[in-house]
Design a protein around this ligand. Structure first.
Ligand code: HEM
Length: 155
């Protein structure tokens, strides 16, 4: 399965196509939570670890917020909406310096875990395409403008 990272000019926000509802039907809330857990475990060991909370409890909370979002977005209960309100993803990510390279590392962590899911290729690809394109929306800092040190936390 080839999961290729697309490149785009800084500031480009492509139209997003939502992933196939099949993924949630097959792996359910528990499966989505496991996926995000695995992703966060890789992020924590990655070169963009510094963007995430260093404290264990705060890191777990960050992971939970993300999992709530993905459960909801993929068709499950609206945990994120209840706990955090409107997603406004680009706005929430504006608190962090996310460079094109940070995005590549974030996506690479998914490249490592998505092929291990026991799902048909087209379903995995529909989720990958969503992540690939929507992650471009979160890039808010050009390369060579510092190392993207974590300077703030989300409210
Ligand atoms: C471009 C690569 C990305 C990077 C480097 C990145 C990084 C981050 C960081 C640093 C946080 C804050 C963690 C915290 O302190 O609480 C965060 C939160 C979050 N990210 Fe991302 N992110 C990226 C892409 C995405 C994408 C594409 C999505 C959705 C499809 C997403 C969904 C979320 C969610 C739901 C949260 C939690 C927001 C909240 O606390 O309410 N991220 N991300």
């Amino acid at each position: 399965m080839e999961l290729k990272i697309v490149e785009a000019p800084f500031g480009f926000r492509p139209r997003i196509v939502m992933p196939s509802p099949e993924i949630y039907k097959r792996i359910g809330e528990e499966g989505v939570r496991k996926l995000i857990h695995d992703h966060y475990a890789l992020l924590r060991k990655s070169e963009i670890n510094h963007l995430f909370p260093q404290d264990d409890k705060a890191f777990e909370q960050a992971e939970k917020n993300s999992a709530d979002f993905f459960v909801q977005m993929l068709g499950g209960p609206q945990h994120y909406f209840k706990n955090r309100g409107r997603p406004m993803m680009a706005k929430r990510h504006a608190a962090f310096k996310i460079q094109p390279g940070s995005r590549r590392i974030w996506l690479r962590c998914y490249q490592e875990i998505l092929p291990k899911l026991d799902l048909p290729e087209d379903i995995v690809l529909s989720f990958w395409d969503y992540l690939n394109l929507f992650s471009l929306w979160m890039v808010n800092t050009q390369e060579n403008s510092g190392n993207g040190t974590r300077e703030t936390t989300l409210a």
